[in-house]
Ligand binder design. Structure first.
Ligand code: ZN
Length: 180
């Protein structure tokens, strides 16, 4: 950050009084510009034996497959955000949503939350941020073309959980292991 979003003047990094972290502070209007982690909300849509994946039309990882997910917006709940992203990216309407996976990623200042959900009527199509949207059987998942490690981990865990018929909420705060 170089300039104040309130007044356009230069910012400098200082520790505000009573704080213990460096913050961007405006040299003119004294606004403190706090920077906090971003929350990414998404879903793992299931239809029968299949899961719904989206082929990304935008960077990063354009052309790779992912679960519908995106940055949470102000004024919405995590579930509303996850449902909105599922509609925007895959034109998917979902039901029976349950929180399934949470990744704390402090090294990139992000929190990922995925809801497990049923795809209504098996109906979907590519939204503007997707090149393609497709239902995949476990055997056909393109593991080498999955966009993000958090998505690969969530899918891998889902297929393991499905064998047992139980879907516990998992939280991890370490760098995810990329499965092959
Ligand atoms: Zn300012």
């Amino acid at each position: 950050m170089k300039y104040c979003s309130e007044c356009g003047q230069a910012v400098s990094k200082k520790i505000p009084e009573g704080d213990d972290r460096l913050r961007y502070i405006c040299t003119s209007c004294d606004t403190i510009h706090y920077q906090n982690p971003r929350v990414i909300v998404g879903t793992l849509p299931v239809y029968g034996e299949q899961v719904l994946l989206c082929k990304r039309a935008i960077e990063p990882r354009k052309g790779f497959w992912t679960l519908p997910a995106g940055f949470m917006e102000n004024g919405e709940t995590t579930l509303e955000g996850a449902a909105r992203e599922s509609w925007e990216e895959a034109r998917a309407t979902l039901t029976h949503e349950n929180l399934y996976r949470l990744f704390d990623l402090p090294y990139i200042n992000q929190v990922y939350m995925f809801y497990l959900a049923d795809l209504v009527d098996g109906s979907f199509s590519a939204g503007p941020e997707s090149l393609d949207v497709k239902l995949y059987d476990e055997a056909d998942i393109p593991w080498d073309e999955i966009a993000f490690a958090v998505v690969a981990d969530t899918l891998r865990e889902y297929f393991e959980d499905r064998k047992k018929g139980v879907f516990p909420i998992r939280i991890s705060s370490t760098e995810p292991v990329r499965h092959k």
